[in-house]
Design a protein around this ligand. Structure first.
Ligand code: SIN
Length: 276
């Protein structure tokens, strides 16, 4: 399988593969490439929603997410679009994922992987940025590692530290999303490597720490983790399927494309386990 490195320390692209019909050997090579590179881009896909869900089911168990609209053909395929609005809130335009985050951290068992399929991409802009949370952890000073190892953080769907508006959800759904407490440093269940586990949009407070001290430490760690040296910026091509590992990356969407141009992504997430 031909691989092209996209960033100096993360992200790889492969071409000439149809994800819907990949052989078991190719599938195993794709999983290895993802573990080694954290972000995997498979170019040139043509996947209607059910075929997209089925192809992603080869990486894990697709799970339904209610916070985003779904395609009519398939519940597990969510839509991220330049047309998104806060339907139950003020009805205004909403850019999902516009601040640095890892998917689902407000849940007790966040998804492990996210797959985003570029159905319609704008002529310019609309990139997705990623940051390598293994590298960010490894680059911390030994004193900082000693300070944060073992700390736990409360994450919420609607955190008071929120940096990007999230869509309003019905009360019944909010009740099914109680806050979750996760380690600040997690160990990847498959690679065994340690990574910072942060979400600028969902973290509320470090357990057992005064609010001011917690805010200062979380802000410091986020600023460190998103330094350009840890980042890769994905410039979309129509037909790209980009798969990332939420256990060792953060990402953010950019809504900087020309007014009136359409950006339409289909998204599948696969089940994960409680971070440890
Ligand atoms: C996301 O945050 O899951 C979506 C990212 C994007 O639209 O680029």
């Amino acid at each position: 399988m031909q691989q092209q490195k996209l960033g100096p320390h993360m992200a790889v692209a492969v071409e000439g593969i149809d994800l819907a019909t990949a052989t078991a050997d190719t599938q195993a090579a794709l999983v290895d490439a993802l573990h080694d590179n954290l972000v995997l881009c498979v170019r040139g896909q043509k996947l209607p929603p059910v075929a997209f869900r089925d192809a992603m089911a080869r990486f894990g168990v697709p799970v339904k997410r209610l916070q985003l609209a779904s395609t009519p053909e398939c519940d597990e395929v969510n839509i991220i679009s330049s047309e998104d609005r806060d339907e139950l809130g003020d009805g205004k335009k909403l850019v999902n994922g516009a601040s640095w985050h890892t998917d689902d951290s407000f849940m007790r068992e966040p998804c492990s992987l996210t797959m985003l399929y570029g159905v319609m991409v704008p002529s310019r802009g609309g990139d997705t940025q990623f940051t390598n949370m293994y590298a960010a952890y490894e680059a911390l000073a030994p004193e900082m590692k000693a300070r944060i190892d073992g700390l736990q953080v409360v994450h919420k769907y609607q955190s008071s530290r929120q940096t990007n508006r999230v869509s309003r959800r019905p009360e019944s759904e909010m009740k099914a999303m109680p806050e979750a407490t996760h380690p600040l440093v997690r160990t990847h269940p498959e690679t065994g490597r340690k990574a910072l586990y942060l979400n600028a949009n969902r973290m509320e407070q470090i357990v057992g720490m005064e609010r001011a001290e917690s805010d200062a430490l979380l802000d410091q760690l986020i600023a460190h983790a998103i330094e350009p040296r840890f980042q890769y910026r994905h410039v979309w091509r129509q037909g790209d399927v980009v798969i990332w590992d939420n256990r060792c990356t953060m990402h953010k969407a950019n809504a900087d494309y020309p007014e009136g141009e359409r950006r339409l992504m289909h998204r599948v997430v696969v089940a994960g386990t409680a971070p440890v």
